[in-house]
Ligand binder design. Structure first.
Ligand SMILES: [Zn+2]
Length: 281
């Protein structure tokens, strides 16, 4: 990105931060990370940037809460009394253990990792964007170590497939088998599901509910802390789209997605590198 463009972006982000602080009631952002590596892929964040995010959250007094705690706030319409955030990762890359876990421990932060159980101990050999290298996935040993520490593991299905393209029985199998496998391995209840590729339908939402999940994640965005929210259409803020800390700050306040959506709506392609579809991987 050119220097001029970067400056413009920084300025816009600063405006979005001010606007977010002025206009928005306290909310609980749910952050979405994937891989913590230097590849620059559409789902990667560098270890340095990841540290910078957590450092900022600490400095601003954010407390991380689990998805179960988040659900409590949502179901009871209780507004958080202080700044809270939920940190999640998708796919269970090995670098979540080697790069992210030490940083999370250092800042005493909680996190949730959504894993695809058929890929544990293997690689992300599923269909993916060209920019994403075939990265190694966590082993059960690493998952158990992180789980013992307090990191939560939830379901990202078994084979990382497009759920809406499967038959009902295949989709049901993905939902149930992944849940029971993680529960057996970690000894903890699995309550949340995250659709691979953000590929969901009314039927997959219903199936997630039928298979005993308390909530399911679908597309990028910002879920409000309200009992009116659809628990099977929960949304998170993709962090790989942020190219500087200012973007991250605006993302936390919920104004950044608005900005990206307006740009998309107006068909402005100059900021294409911020595209939200990229986060569907
Ligand atoms: Zn995924």
């Amino acid at each position: 990105m050119g220097r001029g463009l970067m400056k413009t972006k920084r300025f816009l982000s600063a405006l979005l931060i001010i606007w977010g602080r002025l206009c928005f009631k306290r909310r609980i952002p749910i952050l979405l990370y994937h891989s913590v590596d230097d590849s620059g892929s559409v789902i990667s964040i560098s270890p340095e940037d990841f540290k910078a995010h957590l450092r900022y959250l600490t400095r601003e007094g954010y407390e991380t809460i689990s998805l179960n705690d988040y659900l409590e706030y949502l179901l009871t319409d209780r507004k958080p009394s202080k700044k809270m955030v939920v940190i999640t990762f998708d796919d269970g890359f090995k670098n979540n253990y080697t790069e992210a876990f030490p940083v999370l421990k250092n800042y005493r932060f909680a996190a949730t990792i959504f894993i695809s159980t058929d890929h544990i101990g293997k690689t992300c050999s599923w269909e993916r964007d060209k920019s994403i290298p075939e990265l190694p996935i966590l082993t059960w040993d690493e998952i158990e170590k992180m789980s013992d520490y307090g990191i939560n593991f939830e379901s990202h299905a078994c084979g990382h497939r497009y759920l809406s393209k499967l038959s009902e029985s295949e989709a049901r199998n993905e939902l149930m088998r992944s849940k029971s496998t993680i529960e057996k391995r970690t000894g903890r209840q699995v309550g949340f599901f995250c659709h691979p590729y953000g590929d969901w339908s009314e039927q997959t939402k219903l199936l997630a509910k039928e298979c005993g999940y308390k909530g399911a994640f679908t597309r990028p965005g910002f879920s409000s802390v309200s009992s009116k929210e659809d628990l099977y259409d929960l949304r998170r803020i993709g962090t790989a789209q942020f190219s500087c800390l200012e973007d991250f700050k605006a993302g936390l306040l919920g104004t950044y997605d608005w900005y990206v959506n307006v740009k998309e709506f107006l068909g402005v392609r100059r900021f294409r590198d911020l595209g939200i579809e990229e986060l569907r991987n």
